[in-house]
Structures are given as C-alpha cells and as structure tokens.
Design a protein around this ligand. Structure first.
Ligand SMILES: Cc1ncc(COP(=O)(O)O)c(C=O)c1O
Length: 347
C-alpha cells in the first residue's frame, strides 16, 4: 500500500490550499466539502453528491434511509466482493437473504444469475434491496438490464462503486446505475486519497435525506436516524486535489495496462479487458483469468502479482479465487516492476 503514489500536482495543489483552511478556521463543514461534492456531481452527471468519510459509512447510511423511508429489510449482495460488504449490511440491520453468484469473466453477477437469485426469493420485492459491487475497475456489463428490472419491480438498487470512480459504461459514469452509488478514496483504490467517499444519487428525496443524515439531522430535527459520517475539510481538500487529476491517473494506468494486454495477447493469456465495448475501466486491477485450470497451475511462472479480488468467496463462486490473479498496476508504478511482469508474461 505504501508504494502507491498520488500525482505530484495533487500534492502541490493540496499544499497550496491547506493554509486557507487554517486561516478560515473552518476545519469541518466548509467550502472544500462543497467544492468536492460539486466536482463529483459534475464528473458523474448526478443531481446530488454528498461527501462522507468512507464508502462504507455512505452505504450504511443509505441502507438505513432505505429501511426507514422505503420499508426495506432484506438484501442480496454478490458472492465475490469485499468481506466488509457483508458487515456493512449487518451493521445496517438487514437480513442478508442471498449471495448472488458471480462469473469469472467479469468477477460480477450476470443478469441471469441475478434473475435466478430473485426467483429464489420468498419475500416481498417491495422490501428488498440489491447491492452490487463494481469489481476491479469496470462496471458490471449487465447492470443496465439489472437496473431496469429493479425499477420495474420496485426493488431498490444500491451501487457499491468503491472500485470504479472514473469508469464508464456506455458513457454513463459508475455509481449512477441504481437509486444511489458510493465511491471510495481509500488508500488502495485506483483514485485514492487515504480515506473518504462520495455518495451520488439522482433521487432528490434520497439525496436530501442523506445530506441531513450525515449531520444527525441536527438542524431540521425531523429524522429518527442520523450520525456524523462527514468528511473533514482537510480530507475533502486532499480528495479534491486527487480527483482533479483523474485523467492523468487513468491515463498513466492505461499505459501500463496496454503493455500487459499486448504481452497477454501474444502469450494467449486471457485477461479482463477494461477498454472494450464501451465498458471503460479505471484499471483499479489488471486481472488474468484461467477458466480451465487453477491459475497457479496454468501460469506457474507469473510470480509478480498483487492482491486478488478476492482470495475468498462469500457465497458460491468458489472457483473465482482459484482462477484469477492480479498484476501490479497503480499510478506511478516503477518501470522495473512492469518490466519484471512483462518478462514473466512472455515466459
Ligand atoms: C468492494 C468494496 N466495497 C466497499 C469498500 C469499502 O470502502 P471504504 O474503505 O472506503 O469504506 C471496499 C474497500 O475498502 C471495497 O473493496
């Protein structure tokens, strides 16, 4: 984690503006939260953006709002996602009724496995939330179909866009496919600033409830739920400084990915392509897959790897941890590492 860098121009921007915060005395609930929310709103093309101190806190808040104001109590999440997604739904007091199976080709659920999961559900669809996580940098290619289905059936869809800030599907920005979405700027992410998150929604009611939730609704005093999950001004400035260099970060990672893609294609190694079919990823991860054999048997010489997404399955989808690996790819990655990976791919 320590070797992942943010652009120098982000560091310079942060240093240039940090004194403004100290001079103004506004260390919380100040202009940098507003500027960051406006920036993310513009980039994502959403009506509302709310800064929160992590993706997880934003998701818990939205789930509590869905429970209190939309009568939701049951939830399904995907089998292949971070363990914390399971604790997020437990923290929000939901019944976790199903893990939706994922496929190796995308590491996410297909429309078919989503429909299968819905078919097995015994409860009332008006009480259900589906929370799907974008994996490794791309948006679930079936999310438009899933989203339409959810809308038609009055199921609430929450997009966990922790991995996918900057990614688009058919020119639509990650986080915008469901009723709400939340990005993460935690240290390991493609676009990161240590900590922080932003929740986005096009639903005015949800957006307004979330804005009040993050401050205990202490001004209007109408809501029975709420907590301080705000982002500090210093952290909002840091996230703003990094997000402002989104294109540079994504461009730098794309260059590394292009080298890996060329080497994989030459060596006939299957990988998850983040540059095709209008499904443009931020290259949070570069993932190699081996549909037939376990990955260590298929490619014993590939040793320079980074953490998998994930090395466990929450539900079924047990083959995913065994059949993929991830190559190092982050902003400013040392060329010596890239060269080592390339020579291992050639072998
Ligand atoms: C898929 C997924 N969802 C949610 C999170 C939570 O993000 P945060 O650490 O910002 O709460 C993470 C990573 O940390 C993640 O990988």
């Amino acid at each position: 984690m320590g070797i992942i860098k943010i652009p120098q121009s982000s560091v310079d921007f942060f240093k240039k503006h940090q004194d403004e915060i100290f001079r103004s005395g506004n260390l919380s609930e100040g202009p940098w939260n507003e500027k960051l929310a406006d920036k993310v709103k513009t980039i994502s093309g959403t009506k509302t953006a709310v800064c929160v101190n992590s993706n997880g806190s934003g998701l818990v808040a939205l789930l509590l709002i869905f429970k209190e104001y939309y009568g939701r109590k049951d939830i399904m999440i995907q089998s292949n996602t971070m363990y914390g997604v399971k604790t997020i739904v437990g923290t929000a007091g939901y019944n976790l009724v199903k893990f939706i199976d994922c496929r190796l080709e995308t590491l996410m659920p297909s429309f078919e496995s989503f429909k299968e999961a819905i078919g097995s559900y015994q409860g009332n669809l008006n009480e259900l939330v589906i929370m799907l996580s974008d994996m490794g940098g791309i948006i679930n290619p079936d999310i438009e179909k899933i989203s339409k289905f959810c809308k038609d059936k009055n199921i609430l869809l929450l997009e966990d866009a922790a991995h996918s800030f900057g990614s688009t599907l058919n020119n639509k920005f990650a986080g915008t496919f469901g009723d709400a979405g939340v990005y993460s700027y935690y240290s390991t992410k493609a676009v990161f600033a240590g900590e922080g998150g932003v929740a986005v929604t096009n639903n005015e009611k949800i957006g307004n409830l979330l804005k009040d939730f993050i401050a205990y609704d202490r001004f209007k005093q109408k809501m029975p739920i709420g907590c301080n999950i705000r982002l500090s001004e210093i952290q909002a400035l840091l996230v703003f400084s990094v997000v402002s260099n989104l294109d540079e970060i994504m461009g730098n990672k794309l260059k590394i990915a292009e080298k890996y893609m060329e080497a994989c294609t030459k060596s006939k190694i299957e990988f998850i392509d983040q540059t095709k079919n209008s499904n443009i990823g931020n290259h949070y991860k570069f993932t190699i897959i081996s549909p037939k054999k376990n990955i260590v048997e298929a490619f014993p010489k590939i040793k320079t790897t980074t953490s998998k997404i994930y090395d466990y399955a929450l539900g079924q989808s047990k083959e995913i941890p065994l059949k993929h690996l991830c190559l190092p790819i982050w902003y400013g990655l040392d060329e010596k590492i890239t060269d080592k990976v390339l020579s291992e791919l050639k072998n």
